[in-house]
Design a protein around this ligand. Structure first.
Ligand code: GLN
Length: 482
């Protein structure tokens, strides 16, 4: 089956003329057609557009002018990444009918290399959440157990890749939204260094934390796709051009001599099955020649309040643009201007988004700014220093991604605080702007995937991916039942 193949395998089949972009696209569209009703990984699939892109790819190949080795390989795109002419909802009622007039830089880069668009994946509204339960378009189910959450906010991308409804996908990570769903769904997910990838055309949630990254079923594929979307961009002044030193052929999975830090604080309160699985991988890495060092990231316990002040403050500002005037939803009952704003925002945003706007506005308001927002910024600096100190001694930091494996749908959705606290192991990487990834390492006692998190210093994605590759070699792929 073509849907089981990796990007590399598909590229080889295409090069040898053993399959066509149309054949691959059709097989994927058929699988999406049969599974998406149950999983709800995609918000928008446009078969016509997908097949047209695939036909054009085949045409290029026939005339000997493929755009890249991967011309004709399909991918899925999270629905907060703008795709010209293809609806981009951000999982929100506010953007339920929004069709962007331009492409995000990452998507343009994919299309320039001939990748074919499968569709736009489900997500928590404006990427605010850890389960996809806040999506205006309904929750995504975990393909490993449909009574469980897939994680979030990029739950649709993770579920699509896990359920073989896409070979790979783009997601975004502001506080863990790639790594946590990757872990819950048993796929590889990479959040690069802040600035490695352009955010132009990514619908902004918290601009100093947001970063686009990749999902795939193998470390190589996640690395390959990340390489394609990386690079400085004049349209995003926070992006930077750095050599891509982590393409699959540059990754050897050699960890001999690598120093790996285990932060004490990241192993507290972890479900026993998760902890055991992680520690057994640590032993394997040691046997492969890595040196293991205990370290401390002492400000970890403050990461939740720091993140939830900074992220909400930035969100309150970023989401001010949804006023019913320029684009997006507009309340039909038009009255005076202030009333139009009020009604539009009241009807267009969901509960969690409103909660964050109110929290963020409060944290930024005069009188509270110093006590909350400014204090959070100072705390952020302490978290950054924590990592600087650690990376002076170690190459990579290994930890669980989450304290538990995927939990039941509905379990935390009515308890925002508990939901926020579940991000404790992923948000520090965003605060410190460092890269991080989740790599699958097996299953817990109920058969749910367990992920392992690897973090490294700025622009050290190669170290992370090499370490992930070493781990992946000794792990049976974690695939769902159907
Ligand atoms: N769960 C976190 C939040 O709700 C992170 C979300 C994200 O990374 N987009 O803010």
């Amino acid at each position: 089956m073509l849907v089981e193949k990796s990007i590399g395998e598909l590229a080889a089949l295409l090069a040898d003329g053993k399959t066509s972009a149309v054949e691959i696209a059709k097989e994927y569209l058929a699988r999406i057609g049969s599974l998406n009703g149950a999983i709800n990984a995609y918000i928008t699939v446009d078969d016509e557009r997908t097949l047209k892109e695939a036909r054009e790819s085949d045409e290029r190949r026939r005339s000997g002018k493929p755009l890249s080795a991967w011309d004709g390989v399909p991918v899925a795109v999270k629905d907060n990444i703008c795709t010209a002419g293809l609806r981009t909802t951000c999982g929100s009622g506010m953007l339920r009918d929004f069709v962007p007039p331009y492409d995000a830089t990452v998507y343009r880069k994919l299309r320039e290399r001939g990748f074919v668009t499968l569709g736009k994946t489900n997500m928590d509204e404006f990427a605010m959440g850890s389960t996809t339960e806040t999506s205006f378009f309904g929750v995504t189910k975990n393909p490993h157990n449909e009574t469980c959450v897939p994680g979030g906010s990029s739950g649709g991308s993770a579920a699509a890749v896990a359920a073989m409804m896409a070979p790979a996908a783009l997601g975004s990570d502001t506080g863990g939204s790639i790594r946590q769903p990757a872990s819950f769904c048993g796929v590889a997910g990479v959040k690069p260094t802040y600035g490695r990838v352009s955010r132009y055309g990514l619908v902004a949630f918290a601009s100093s934390l947001d970063q686009i990254g990749t999902f795939a079923r193998t470390v190589d594929d996640a690395a390959l796709l990340l390489g394609v979307i990386s690079g400085g961009d004049a349209a995003d002044s926070t992006s930077i051009e750095r050599p891509v030193d982590f393409t699959p052929e540059l990754l050897d999975g050699n960890v001999a001599g690598m120093v790996i830090g285990l932060p004490d604080e990241y192993f507290q309160g972890i479900a026993p099955a998760v902890k055991e699985a992680i520690l057994s991988k640590v032993k394997e890495l040691e046997a492969m020649g890595a040196k293991i060092e205990p370290i401390s990231l002492q400000y970890t316990e403050y990461a939740i309040p720091i993140y939830y002040l900074i992220a909400t403050a930035e969100a309150s500002s970023n989401l001010a643009r949804y006023d019913g005037i320029r684009y997006g939803y507009r309340s039909p009952g038009i009255g005076a201007l202030a009333e139009l704003y009020r009604k539009t925002r009241n009807e267009g945003f969901g509960k969690e988004v409103k909660r964050r706007i109110i929290l963020g506005t409060y944290a930024l308001s005069s009188g509270y700014y110093d006590a909350y927002y400014l204090k959070a910024l100072k705390g952020r600096t302490l978290v950054i220093r924590d990592f600087q100190k650690a990376f002076a001694r170690v190459d990579c930091i290994l930890s669980p991604v989450t304290t538990t494996t995927a939990f039941a749908l509905g379990e935390k959705v009515d308890d925002p605080l508990e939901m926020y606290v579940s991000d404790i192991l992923t948000i520090s990487a965003n605060l410190a702007a460092i890269p991080g990834m989740s790599v699958p390492i097996g299953r817990d006692e109920s058969g749910l995937p367990v992920g392992l998190q690897i973090m490294a210093g700025h622009f050290e994605e190669k170290k992370i991916l090499n370490c992930a590759k070493a781990i992946e070699r000794h792990v049976e792929p974690v695939r769902p039942g159907r």
